[in-house]
Design a protein around this ligand. Structure first.
Ligand SMILES: Cc1cc2nc3c(=O)[nH]c(=O)nc-3n(C[C@H](O)[C@H](O)[C@H](O)COP(=O)(O)OP(=O)(O)OC[C@H]3O[C@@H](n4cnc5c(N)ncnc54)[C@H](O)[C@@H]3O)c2cc1C
Length: 391
């Protein structure tokens, strides 16, 4: 394939930025252009549900450092609206058409908003961007009531931040425990108890059927017929990959942009890759299934790996050790591997009672993950071991 003169990245966030950095670190001298729907330069999202809502960091603190040597042409504030693979062109909302020799897709995910009555009434929020966080934060005054729909990581982190700020907090979920898709029941229980001790109320096994209010939200109605009064509602029930702009392009879109083992997009003419929350790919060490990881570390690592694979036209498989963290009240959770696949856990240090532990997660005789709660340093040796197992 000819030398790459223009490397185009769509998605100006973590995966996109790390991709650009990897290109320059690989001594790539051609043009790098980055398109972003938001008006902001890339920033760090995890503090949006934590430090930003608590007021301990300001939005300006979240900017990623960007070296002048990166020499990127930024196209911010205008989303990509279409991809023409035959002509190697991406069209933007503002009418511009950008050509590419290689294209990295890093458009992440968008919060899923269910089609419920009154979903767009003021006071109903979702949380993905700095602008979302600003709006939510402005409404979070002490003594107001917030109903959080979804007891996943973002819902629980916002619950902790809101409670610390003196709001009345209720978290609603159709499952029977917090963070049920990822954590084993005994660890969910630790989090539930810690939240309740701080004054967070949970309602499990319920679904929201409507939002109430006309000028501003006044509450949520449940499938039980009950209405829970609230001044603010956060919908945090998951997200969908931001693939709308790729519809009809010919790329394979199934719960994300489907890629091969080295993150090259299927049907992408060997010139297109995807990375971060949007990419679906087969992790060769984890069986036949293709999957997507919605965590910070993967976005950073995959952005760099996909950019290098595309630039150098190599087939090296991308086989990361998945990892994530979450902070809620005094609980600091860190996870490596795939604890959600575990059939049983073994606590090998600390205890559930102390809320300080290391748990190995097992499926049959295979250790599929390790979780540390308030014991991060103990995870280091597991990380090395499990990374070696992936080689
Ligand atoms: C509130 C919150 C808290 C989090 N906390 C943690 C945590 O504690 N630990 C953890 O491991 N992970 C956490 N995460 C997840 C982590 O932030 C993400 O995994 C990471 O940001 C993914 O990076 P990305 O670059 O793939 O996608 P994103 O960061 O979603 O960026 C995608 C970018 O593409 C842009 N875009 C979308 N469509 C278009 C288009 N058509 N044209 C141009 N641009 C477009 C978007 O505006 C966005 O800026 C959190 C996420 C959120 C929202």
């Amino acid at each position: 394939m000819e030398v790459c003169a223009r490397f185009l990245i769509v998605g100006a966030s973590l995966a996109g930025l790390r991709a650009a950095e990897a290109l320059r670190n690989s001594n790539y001298k051609g043009e790098i252009a980055i398109v972003g729907a938001e008006t902001h330069l890339p920033y760090n999202r995890p503090p949006l549900s934590k430090q930003i809502l608590l007021g301990s960091q300001s939005p300006e603190d979240l900017s990623f450092p960007i070296s002048d040597d990166l020499d990127v042409t930024w196209h911010l504030g205008s989303a990509a609206t279409g991809l023409n693979i035959a002509d190697r062109e991406v069209t933007l909302e503002n009418g511009k058409v950008l050509s590419y020799d290689r294209l990295l897709i890093a458009t992440g995910v968008t919060p899923f908003l269910p089609p419920l009555p009154n979903i767009d009434v003021p006071g109903v929020h979702s949380l993905r961007t700095i602008d979302d966080a600003r709006q939510l934060c402005a409404e979070m005054q002490p003594d107001r009531r917030i109903a959080i729909v979804g007891a996943g990581f973002i819902g629980c982190e916002v619950a902790a931040s809101a409670r610390k700020r003196g709001l009345d907090v209720v978290v609603l979920d159709q499952m029977d425990r917090p963070m049920a898709r990822v954590l084993p029941p005994s660890l969910s229980e630790v989090f539930r108890t810690a939240h309740e001790e701080e004054g967070v109320a949970f309602r499990f096994g319920v679904t929201v059927t409507a939002l109430e209010g006309t000028d501003h939200v006044t509450g949520v109605t449940l499938n039980t017929g009950e209405t829970i009064e609230a001044d603010i509602v956060l919908i945090a029930i998951g997200s969908r990959p931001t693939t709308d702009w790729l519809e009809g392009s010919g790329l394979v879109l199934e719960k994300g942009v489907v890629c091969d083992q080295s993150c090259r997009a299927l049907n992408g003419d060997n010139r297109i890759a995807a990375a971060g929350d949007i990419a679906v790919w087969p992790h060769l060490n984890y069986g036949e299934d293709r999957f997507r990881i919605e965590h910070w570390t993967n976005a950073a690592e995959q952005g760099a790996a996909a950019a290098r694979a595309l630039l150098n036209d190599n087939d090296a498989p991308y086989v990361p050790l998945p990892s994530f963290w979450s902070d809620q009240f005094s609980l600091k959770l860190q996870s490596i591997g795939q604890p959600s696949r575990a059939e049983r856990i073994e606590i090998v240090a600390g205890s559930l009672e102390d809320r300080k532990l290391v748990a190995e997660c097992w499926k049959g005789d295979q250790r599929v993950g390790v979780i540390a709660l308030n014991m991060a340093p103990k995870l280091a040796r597991y990380r090395i071991q499990m990374e070696q197992e992936l080689q």
